[in-house]
Structures are given as C-alpha cells and as structure tokens.
Design a protein around this ligand. Sequence first.
Ligand code: ADP
Ligand code: ZN
Length: 614
Amino acid sequence: MNNKDKKEAPKGINNFSKFSLVYIVLGILMFYMYQYYFTTQKTTISYSQFKKLISQNRIKKCKLSDKYIKGVYIDKNNKKKEFITISVNDPNLVKDLEKHNISFSGTITNTWLTNLIFGWILPFGFLFFLWWMMTKKMRGASGSLFGLGKSKFKVYLNEKPDVKFTDVAGAEEAKQEIEEVVEYLKDPQKYQRLGGRAPKGVLLVGAPGTGKTLLAKATAGEAGTPFISISGSEFVEMFVGVGASRVRDLFNEAKKLSPCIVFIDEIDAIGKSRAMNSLSSNDEREQTLNQLLAEMDGFDSSVGVIIMAATNRPEVLDPALLRPGRFDRQIIVDKPDVNGREAIIRVHIKKIKIGDDINIKTLAQMTPGLVGADLANIVNEAALLAARENKDAVHMEHFEEAIERQLAGLKKKNRVITGDEKKRVAYHESGHAIIAHLLPGADPVHKISIVPRGLSALGYTQQLPTDEKYLITKEDMMDKVTVLFGGRAAEEIVFNTISTGAQNDLMRATDIVRAIVTQFGMDDKLGLVVLEKPGATKFLTSEGIIKDKDEISEKTKELIDEEISKIMQVSYKKAKDILLQNRDKLETLANKLLELEIINEEELKEIMEGGDDG
Ligand code: ADP
Ligand code: ZN
C-alpha cells in the first residue's frame, strides 16, 4: 500500500470513528456532571454538630427535607462551606432556626418519582442513547449507502476516472489482456451477440505499488464507465454481519450503475482459503466470502458489471474464488524491469519541470526493484527538493537525493537488495539458464529475471515445457536435476562460496532424485524396484507385494540414501563442468542480465549462439 491509497480511504470509515469519539467524550462528560451534581462532596456533619453550629450562629441558611438538611455554614477559618446532615425528628428545630434568624426553606426530596427519574430513567436513558447512536452508525454502515459523505465505497460517479491506459506505463502485457474487458464494458450486449464469452471477474496479481489499482481505474477510464472501489479489509469490520450486507449493497449499487467496474483491493482479507484456517474459523469473514461468491454467481454477464480484485498473495485465496464464472481471469502485474521503470518515470516526470541534465535511462538504472508507486514518490520528492532550493527546474542531483531517501526507507522494510546480492543472483540465474539451454532433457528457457519478487525469490528462470510429455526418460529427469544445480554451481565457480539462495533448488533436486531411485525403478543398483508410491506409506516390491515402510530393511534404506547422494554428486559435477566449459557465456549472460534485468528466450539464444567458440 502506498500513501495515495490511504488518502483515498472511504470517508464513511473516518466519519464513523470521529463521530463515535465525539459521543464517547460527551458521554463521559455527562456522566461526570451527573455524578458531580448529585454527590458533590459536601461536608457531612452530625445533627448535634448542626445544632451546635446553630447556637454558635454559624449557619447561614439551610434547606430542610424529610431526609436531609442541606445548607451553608461558616467554618473555623471564616469560609463558607456547604454541609449536609441527616434529618432528625426534632420539633425544636424550626424554633431554633427562627431564634437565630437563619433563613430556611423546605423541600421534599427522594420521592418515588425523583428516585425513578434520577436513579433509573436517566442512567438507562443515557445508556440507551449511546447504544442507539452506535447502532445507528452501524445501520448506516450497511444500510443507506452512497449518502453523501457517508458512502462506504469510493465511487467515481460523475467524475468517471480520467485515467487512461497511457497513464499506466510498462504493463503492456497486462493492458493487452485487459483490453477485452474494455470492449465488453463499452457495449455488453453487443459483445455477447458477437459471441464473446463475457468476462466477469478479473484478478490482478502483483506486489504492492505495481499499479493494480491504477490499471483497474484506467480500465474504467478507457471504457468510460463508473468505478466503484472498496478494500477487502473494509468488509470485515468491527460489527458482525456487516460484511455480508456490505457485499449485498455493493452489488445492488453496481447493478444500478452498470456498465461499471467494481474494484476490491486486498481481496485476500476476505478471500483467504477456508481450509487454511479451519482451526480459528472466522465466521464473519466466511459469511462475507460466501455472500461474495453468491453475488458473483447471481448475476449473468449481460448485466455489464465487471469485478476486478487485487492481491499480492494469490496462493492464500480460497479456490472457490478462482472457479469459472468468478475470478477466472488472472493478470500478473509484475514489478517493472529497467525499461518499464523508464516508461513509468516518463509518465510522472511530465508533471514537473525538469532541467536539461536529466537522463531518464540513468534514473531507471538507479532504481532496481522499485515499483511504480516508489517511482511516483521519487519524482514527487525530487520536485519538492528542488522547490525547497528555489530552483526553477528539477535537476539530476535532486533525483539522486530523492532516490537515496526512497531506498533508505525501503531498506528498513527489507525490500531492496544490494549490488552484491544482485550480482550473485545474476550469476545464479545465468547458471540455471545456460544448462537448461544446453541440455536436451530440460524444458526450454522462457524468461530469466533478476527483478526481485517478494522476499523469498530474488530472481527466477522460467522454463516452459514444449509439449505435454507423458513419458519422461531417466535422462530427462537427470537433466532437470542438473539444471537445478546450475545456480549453485555458477555461484561456486564465480564467487567460490555458496549462498542460501540455492536451498530451494537443492530441495527440488532431492525430490526428483528420490523419485528416480524409489518410485520409477530407474536406479542401476536397486534395479527394477518400486519402493515408494507417491504420497503413500506403503512400499511396492519387485514382486508386486506391497510392504510397509518398516518392512524395508535398514540396508535397503541405506542403499537408497547412498544412491541419491551419488546421483546428486554426479549431477552437480556435470553442472559445474558445463558451466566451466561455457565460462565466457556465463559472464556475458550475467552481465547482460545485470543490465536488462529480464532476458527472454530470443535474447538468450543470441548470447548462446554468438561468441567465439560457438
Ligand atoms: P497497487 O494497487 O498495485 O498497490 P497503485 O495502483 O495504487 O498500486 O499504484 C500507486 C501509484 O503508483 C499510482 O497511483 C501511480 O501514481 C503509481 N504507479 C504504479 N504503477 C504505475 C505504472 N505502471 N505507471 C505509472 N504509474 C504507476
Ligand atoms: Zn536457483
């Protein structure tokens, strides 16, 4: 999330907290006034003391009632003080008072009526009032929507978003995929007549600040339709039952406004897999999720409502959300590479006045791993710095300072990798890619990237299988293992040390080798034996007899481990040998990767086929 999102938080929520705060403060004040009025610390004196005060002429005035006598007396320091004493059946009292010229009056207190009013009706009335205020707000939260300033959703009604696709830089693939949604929204019926399978839900997947909200807004902008937005966390609020009814209201409103786009940010707040936290079941969220699913199924696609949702953790989403007719389209909004960053900076830099010394390419190179929101911040910050210095244009030095500040801020949040790490990742991924390119059994490389994705994966080499293979030979499997070792081998060759980055590779390699040995009967020593069935605790022997795990002899187990480690060593040596033979290619590729951050299939081929030794 970024600052801008926070600013756009629906007004209703803020109003609510301000509103209730005022009432709570008022309530406390009233309570204390009530308390004060009825129990103010008056000096309690005994009746005999009271009589003494009368005889000493120190009573100024008093009020008599059947239960108390209240009044004012002069204390030893000649100060007026209020007193209270209990009323006693004293026939001489009035005479005494008259004798000392004390003005007195009588009141009747604590009748059943005053008791009722002050003891019961007022406190309870007050409690009721508080409760009413709270529930009124709550009803407001789910009931009357779109009342000015009260609306829970941010609606761009009259001001249809004037954001266009040209404002979203770099995300070309995503924009292409979303073009269909625009076509549909422009004329839902026509789109259906022409036989298009109308879209309903689009899930935008990407790290915070990559422009998912912007893209959704631009989709509405391109189609010229209203844009309703709400954040997933706003559904699941403090009051039970609000979430589901908010979903209902949201969809009712959307249908009224159609064609339109409903945008749900942070959908994981409601869409978390139900299976994942069966222990701490959250009824409220589950109800909300169920309502969302029901609403999405409930309207047919000629209505012209598109639900777009954003998340950066698609893996935690409930699978039910991703089924056909729901969020069945998923669009990845990746972190931008160096060219993407350049384009984004270009979009934002238009809004400020820059000097001749600005080199946008350089700026893009200086900001690896940053996303659109970061870059927008940097441009803004640079402009502020220049303004503070009273410059009439923003210069490179301002950008440098702004970038430094942004990076320092992100480093605290662990989101930036250092130059050294980046270099290591570049060699690591190049190692995978070169071996994958050279070995026939490995899937061809589609894309190599060192743009960090979240905290765990610093880079990745994406391989796509050419066609579905049902029969995989042992050689194919060995090649895959060798590719997995490529990263670690490259690190060892170049840096002489190995980082923790290879851990996941190692685990995957072990899994494959274990399968070669125990499941597929491909090992020379153990021979044609199926020792394990995937996911089963039973073992299948060569005679086709299923054995329990314990029935496999210790010796066989040892042999399995031995064979696994032997195959792993052979593969690792092979990976290292291949890379040593292609040391120059490794250099070229890693350096190219450091420069471009993302390399595709074509570019890899060029590098591998070019060069001196062929
Ligand atoms: P997300 O929803 O993915 O967290 P946002 O859409 O809220 O990210 O992005 C925040 C801001 O960052 C946008 O308003 C925009 O100023 C800037 N931004 C992000 N991505 C891009 C992009 N691809 N092109 C231009 N600006 C972008
Ligand atoms: Zn790796």
